[in-house]
Design a protein around this ligand. Sequence first.
Ligand SMILES: Nc1ncnc2c1ncn2[C@@H]1O[C@H](COP(=O)(O)OP(=O)(O)OP(=O)(O)O)[C@@H](O)[C@H]1O
Ligand SMILES: [Mg+2]
Length: 257
Amino acid sequence: MALLELNDLRVSLEDGTEIVKGVDLDVSPGEIHALMGPNGSGKSSLAYALMGHPAYEITGGEALFDGQDVSEMGADKRAQAGLFLAFQYPHAIPGVTVTSFLRSAINAIRKARAGGEDDPVPIPEFRKELLEAMEHLKIPRELAQRYLNDGFSGGEKKRVEILQMAMLKPRIAVLDETDSGLDIDALRIVANGVRELVGPETGALVITHYQRILNHIKPDFVHVFVDGRIVEEGGPELAHKLEEEGYEAFLPEGAEA
Ligand SMILES: Nc1ncnc2c1ncn2[C@@H]1O[C@H](COP(=O)(O)OP(=O)(O)OP(=O)(O)O)[C@@H](O)[C@H]1O
Ligand SMILES: [Mg+2]
């Protein structure tokens, strides 16, 4: 059994429109999966449904994390179990600095793993790890003392997202790379960050309609997502084929990419 398992997953909007129309997908530690598809195909809706966003209802099938139904887990439970959704905190959180946010997130996870007993990370250890991770991701030190995502540029948000991933060490990370505003350096840092963080303990599902990032991330598996369904699967060569040929071959007749 895969750690993250989507079985015939269906997602609808509040008005009943079905956006995700039966998706089967397995993601395990050690693997990088790319979910690629044209604008509006339903990729973000799939990710929002996994994070329990109220506007995206799971209307069929199931999403399991470690055998547990994700839709019944709640944000805290998911984080504690090791499922990381990169846009889980997309909005600015006034009054909470990046540092304090990360420390409370880590402590919440440690507490859950210690069976409900407080087991805070020693501050010197936390500081050392934070500074090393920030240096590695080329995040300016002053960002750590700013309020989370408050006035952050697109590139800064993305770097801090990878910083969260580096500090929280999830077992599966789901990243929705809708942001096409990354400059080449930010793109490389994000991509390398994902590459480095994936290992025997960690896997990733990278959602994108954006080919460039995959040149750096080098996914092990590529899934082509069109109109709410996975229509083709393969290895990294599939991403290159898409880059050359676009989505046209996968679209219903008469539709445009
Ligand atoms: N909250 C919403 N209200 C109304 N329509 C929505 C909502 N969320 C998604 N949709 C519609 O569902 C479809 C899928 O959108 P979604 O954002 O999942 O696509 P996407 O594959 O992530 O696209 P992109 O590559 O542009 O990010 C679109 O037609 C979109 O307009
Ligand atoms: Mg999207």
